[in-house]
Design a protein around this ligand. Structure first.
Ligand code: SAH
Length: 372
């Protein structure tokens, strides 16, 4: 089995401040770190010898002590609708998934933050895989690095560019806080990918203390996975709600958007599960909860997976739900399902997780009969 770590320092594990500090420890000037960042992220260079504006002695020093490590491509799939899904193998035997969704004026990369997920949301296939570990910063930003290279190499995708990143792949990003923040810094940094804060989104099930911390640490957009507007139902769908119930969640969201004329808002995600949370009374509850709050609701048609135990809401139910929100002046959109022919849609990402939570055992028996 491949070892999890290497004795060399992975330069992709540092954001700008971290790399500058590291360069000081090896008696190099901070501006050298900036030069290296440009090679890594602007030019996609993974070989020290190609960093031609660095002195040969520095290149040799880096070669001896450092590495540029990104996960390895295990499989790539291209969907009929142009969506790409990549499975990346990590050191130590797990693999993770990232998805690229091209649209007319943008290209969105959906990035994983953990190997599996510890949160056990009842409708999510990643949850069924159990949990192994947090991704390093290099493994998070490495997905952007690799996707950039892979898009460029394929004649069918070489004109596609990553304009947006959403932390909506495998895992709960806010439970991998420190590594996440460094990776976000690199996405935003001009010496990194230079994306605007409106185009980098962290999606969370509602880890409240970490939401407050994130607000202080880095300026990005926030999506909150709500899925139900009452505690009983939300606790069933998102068990984290038992720890952080809706009232506290909304107080934290209020702190996130701030007071006064700041233009922050939150996107609330709401998966549409047939007969579970998609009825008019659920829409009315949601209106009551969100009325006047600076937000947008994104309705996500449930993406099925084997033995999920749920069905996707009908188009009529989704439409009816949407109309109730809209009539009550809540801005709502419905997420178009993309890449489902290659299991790349929301909640279908599974990777290869060497589960350490023993959760997979729980799902050996189907919950609601064989066919769902
Ligand atoms: N842990 C984070 C990010 C994970 S997934 C979070 O909970 O926000 C990103 C979005 O996809 C979340 O809103 C999640 O609830 C939703 N999702 C998960 N499984 C799904 C499925 N099977 N169909 C549709 N959306 C799903």
């Amino acid at each position: 089995m491949a070892s999890l770590t290497s004795d060399k320092v992975n330069l992709l594990d540092f954001d700008r401040a971290g790399l500058r500090a590291f360069f000081e420890t090896i008696d190099e000037k901070p501006f050298r770190a900036d030069q290296v960042l440009k090679w890594l992220y602007h030019h996609g260079v993974s070989d020290f010898d190609q960093m031609t504006n660095l002195a040969v002695t520095l290149r040799e020093k880096l070669q001896a002590n450092c590495e540029i490590y990104v996960p390895e491509l295990e499989h790539g799939h291209l969907s009929n609708d142009g969506t790409s899904k990549w499975i990346f193998r990590l050191r130590g035997g797990n693999s993770i998934e990232a998805v690229f969704i091209p649209e007319k004026n943008r290209g969105t990369l959906c990035v994983s933050s953990q190997v599996g997920c510890a949160l056990d949301c009842s409708f999510c296939s990643t949850a069924r895989q159990g949990f192994n570990r947090n991704l390093s910063t290099g493994e998070i930003i490495g997905q952007v690095w690799l996707a950039t290279q892979l898009l460029g190499q394929n004649p069918a995708t070489k004109h596609h560019r990553i304009t947006n990143v959403v932390m909506m792949g495998m895992g709960e990003p806010l439970l991998n806080f420190n590594n996440l923040v460094k990776a976000l810094n690199l996405m935003l940094d001009d010496l990194g990918y230079g994306l605007s804060k409106r185009r980098v989104t962290v999606s969370t099930s509602g880890v409240l203390p970490a939401m407050d911390k994130l607000r202080e640490a880095v300026d990005v957009s926030l999506a909150v996975s709500l899925h139900a507007a009452n505690d009983e139902l939300r606790s069933e769908l998102v068990p984290l709600n038992k720890t952080y119930p809706i009232e506290q969640l909304m107080e934290t969201c209020q702190r996130w958007v701030g007071k006064g004329d700041r233009k922050r808002h939150i996107m609330f995600e709401y998966v549409m599960l047939d007969g579970v949370n998609d009825q008019p009374q659920h829409a009315r509850e949601l209106v009551k909860l969100l009325k006047g709050f600076p937000c947008k609701v994104n309705l996500i048609p449930f993406n099925p997976f084997p033995k999920a135990g749920y069905l996707r809401s009908s188009d009529e139910a989704i439409n009816r739900f949407w109309q109730i929100l809209t009539k009550n002046k809540i801005v709502a959109t419905c997420r178009q399902t993309r890449g489902d022919d290659i299991d790349a849609a929301c909640g279908q990402l599974a990777g290869q997780v060497n589960d350490r939570s023993k959760r997979v055992l729980k799902f050996m028996k189907p919950r609601f009969g064989e066919n769902l």
